[in-house]
Design a protein around this ligand. Structure first.
Ligand code: AR6
Length: 175
């Protein structure tokens, strides 16, 4: 399994699944969530409405992940996860690690072999770039061999601060 860190826009990634830093409503928002919905087109919102109605009528809780088809995006799937919102007092970093873990598990469940992540929680939800990178690292390393069916896990980072933190904390995992 290859781990890569790139600067860029997650909506343009040609991978099997991209991860969305969503909110519990699953009905879109700002930041990367807004960018993904804009690039995917209105069909993504329809998929999200169906996902919510059938599986998460009270919303997707922080730390969980669920997927929809990716509509007009180059990817096949969007895995929606909800980071803990520090500004709302959700300060437990294990919930942030759970976002990465549950998203990777969902990727395996979908049969995806390549998955791209944004810096979940590093924007509106107020996490430090170092905390986000460490949460990603924990999810990747806590159970050796767990993600061997994945060929590539790519971190696609919009902000130089977040990209630098991921390079610092994950560089020893790069193949
Ligand atoms: N590609 C990659 N990364 C991006 C992109 C993009 N196109 N656009 C922004 N980022 P945020 P959160 C980076 O705020 O902190 C939404 O309104 C951004 O620079 O998108 O988990 C949701 O609906 C930052 O480093 O997600 C929720 O309400 C990172 O993505 C809330 O924001 C995450 O920033 C979730 O907040």
């Amino acid at each position: 399994m290859r781990i890569t860190v790139v600067d860029g826009d997650i909506t343009e990634q040609d991978v099997d699944a991209i991860v969305n830093a969503a909110n519990s409503s699953l009905l879109g928002g700002g930041g990367v969530d807004g960018a993904i919905h804009r690039a995917a087109g209105p069909e993504l919102l329809q998929h999200c409405r169906t996902l919510r109605a059938h599986h998460w009528p009270e919303g997707l809780p922080p730390g969980r992940a669920a997927s929809t088809p990716a509509a007009q995006l180059p990817a096949d799937w969007v895995i929606h996860t909800v980071g803990p919102n520090r500004h709302a007092g959700e300060t437990d970093p294990s919930v942030l690690a759970s976002c990465f873990r549950e998203s990777l598990l969902e990727a395996l469940r979908l049969g995806a072999t390549s998955v791209a992540f944004p810096g979940i929680g590093a924007g509106v939800y107020g996490w430090e770039a170092d905390d986000v990178a460490q949460a990603a690292r924990l999810a990747l390393t806590e159970v050796p061999g767990r993600w061997d069916a994945l060929e590539e896990v790519r971190f696609v980072l919009f902000s130089a601060t977040v990209a630098d933190a991921f390079r610092e904390h994950l560089s020893d995992l790069f193949a």
